[in-house]
Ligand binder design. Structure first.
Ligand code: NAD
Length: 308
């Protein structure tokens, strides 16, 4: 029987790749996105699309009509700096919006709820390297607090209503379709600037590290946790376990062009983490998932996309 997946944030970077992948697997795909950052060009006419905010009472009607088997929740306020300047707006979308979806999910007997959490944000400030799922959780940004709070609500809905649920804690996701205008997404920002002939801005010494995971690998993790045989509650890191510096990105991208890339160094950003890297061995053991696309190949594919 055809299964239905409802993807929130389905017109965004990761959500639109998910829509393509679920559709290719034979799912009926329903998308919910308020288009605050979504792109209509990422939508596919085969899918059912609702331009609706996840906080809206309309969510109830959509769930009732579409009867999704799986909810894959990727809509979010993703700007960490904005979460500091306007924490209420962040809570509105990232906490209240999530709870609005959870209510609709249990009322409509959804079988599984998958959530895009952030390992980088909830483990920050990181104390052990790489961080596994048992790392202490004392996030120091409202964005991280909201992601953790959403995870805990999801756990509550699992315990109280028996909702099967998975919290996927992503490292730094990159790849085609990432927004180059946002504050997040350094790879997209760098590709965009290179193609405009602008210098790449490196904050501090450029030796701060992140764990860059390619979007196709993230999609693969989502598909694996969508297996109907999987029940219960899980938290999984989705990451490469490899630390790369900003200067590594500059070097990797330099290989994509013939000339030299100009960089400008600016003062380090206040409060920026020096190192972030996650241990994904739990999901590797449980679901045989592992990151397949290395940084060199991922940068090449991403740069080619921006070139087009
Ligand atoms: N990109 C990363 O490195 C990364 C890392 C960790 C976690 N995540 C999480 O993954 C998810 C997707 O991130 P992304 O990078 O694809 O971002 P994105 O901005 O491309 O996608 C988010 C989508 O959600 C939509 N949206 C925002 N607020 C909404 C609302 N109130 N109602 C309905 N739709 C709304 C936006 O229009 C956008 O299309 C987010 O939850 C983000 O926190 C991303």
């Amino acid at each position: 029987m055809t299964r239905t997946v409802l993807i929130t944030g389905g017109a965004g970077f990761i959500g639109s790749h998910l829509a393509d992948a679920y559709r290719a697997r034979g799912f009926r795909v329903v998308l919910v996105d308020n288009m605050v950052h979504g792109q209509s060009t990422f939508l596919n006419s085969q899918d059912t699309f609702y331009q609706v905010d996840i906080c809206s009472p309309e969510i109830k009607t959509i769930f009732k009509k579409e009867q999704p088997d799986i909810v894959n929740h990727h809509a979010a306020q993703i700007d960490l700096l904005k979460s500091i300047s306007d924490p209420l707006a962040d809570i509105q979308v990232n906490v209240l919006g999530t709870v609005n979806l959870l209510q609709a999910a249990v009322q409509n007997h959804v079988k599984a709820f998958v959530f895009a959490s952030s390992g980088g944000a909830i483990y920050s400030p990181q104390k052990t390297f790489p961080a596994d799922e048992t790392h202490p959780l004392y996030p120091v940004s409202p964005y991280g607090v909201a992601k953790l709070s959403a995870e805990k609500y999801i756990y509550f809905y699992h315990k109280h209503y028996g909702l099967n649920a998975v919290n996927l804690r992503y490292a730094n996701v990159y790849g085609p379709r990432q927004n180059a205008r946002g504050e997040a997404g350094v790879v997209a920002i760098f590709c965009d600037r290179m193609l405009k002939g602008q210098a790449l801005v490196v904050y501090g010494d450029g030796l701060q590290t992140r764990d860059y995971v390619y979007v196709d690998d993230v999609v693969d993790a989502n598909l694996r946790v969508s297996d109907p045989a999987l029940t219960g509650y899980q938290e999984y890191n989705v990451a490469t376990g490899i630390e790369s510096t900003v200067l590594d990105l500059v070097q990797g991208l330099t290989q994509q062009v013939s000339g030299k890339i100009e960089t400008i160094h600016q003062a380090a950003r206040k409060g920026e983490q020096a190192r972030s890297v996650l241990d994904a061995s739990k999901i590797s053991r449980a679901l045989k998932w592992q990151a397949k696309v290395g940084l060199t190949e991922g940068l090449e594919r991403t740069f080619r996309y921006f070139q087009k």
